[in-house]
Design a protein around this ligand. Sequence first.
Ligand code: NAD
Length: 318
Amino acid sequence: MVILITGGAGFIGSSLADKLLSAGNRLLVIDNLNNYYDLKLKKQNIVSNLGNPDYTFYEGDICDKELTARIFAANEIDYVVHLASLSGVRHSFKCPFEYLKNNIVGTRNLLEQMRNNKVGKIVFASSSSVYGECNAEKFREDAGIESPVSPYAVSKLACERILRAYSKSYGISAICLRLFSVYGPRQRPDLVVRKFVNLINEDKPVPVYGNGKTVRDYTYIDDIVSGICAAINYDKSLYEVINLGAGKPISLEEVIDTIEKVLGKKAKRQNLPMQRGDVYKTASDITKAYKLLNYEPKISFEDGIRNFIQWEEAQQNS
Ligand SMILES: NC(=O)c1ccc[n+]([C@@H]2O[C@H](COP(=O)([O-])OP(=O)(O)OC[C@H]3O[C@@H](n4cnc5c(N)ncnc54)[C@H](O)[C@@H]3O)[C@@H](O)[C@H]2O)c1
């Protein structure tokens, strides 16, 4: 298959690219290499694939109509995996318009290119943040409880709706995967796990927002990549929204306890109030992912933390 991955130099996109390449696909990757975090990390993510004849990298923006039109015209694309996004929840309050423009206009432009070039399938990385302050024990896709509380979350929910409209109007198959707190090798440095491991290693204070009681459904990168691959092969319906989580929510306190245990080192915990845009809890119900995609997360949180720390140490020694 010829697959276009947007945002393919990032954490999830580059991990997915490695997996899809090893499965024999031809990949086109577009990424504008924005400076939301250290560019060196994104370049490291893609460097090993740059000489591969089955891998073409385009440095550019998904909002750029001329460039995207050229990419679609020059290649017979079977499938689009759309991961490009401005993604920080807290950061989205600093520049909300940028988030809405980048994420919503970019998605619509991609869909227009798909329509013009008769590319009929897309998987989109949505987010657990579309659920907002949800009181349910576990968040189900069909509960109608979306109440986003940040510009980032609003942009993701808007994209889901645009995808649904294109699916209905033009017969494009669209699978929106609501990803829950992804962690593991190559993780974004602004996110819990990588950020905390680094702070603890450097003996710096660890900011424990919400006094450690907030809960997240941390999901290991390999499980997310398997879920995305299964979604690419799903063809039973035209539009679906599917949670991809671990199904085992963990408190921030437990995250730090686990990192301390694996590192063999104590954190300097600094209790702080919750931040704007933070929600008390995310918790995925993954019944639908299991039914439709045969998705079953395999990596326990402690094993995932161990893998991440081993990877991080290898990076530092290389
Ligand atoms: N990491 C998580 O925990 C998580 C959770 C829920 C959803 N998601 C979603 O998954 C996707 C991937 O997340 P990630 O953690 O790998 O983030 P990331 O920032 O590492 O990767 C996103 C990539 O998209 C690129 N990009 C952004 N805007 C672009 C544009 N207009 N044109 C071209 N490239 C652009 C960036 O340069 C970056 O390399 C995002 O859509 C994100 O919102 C991630």
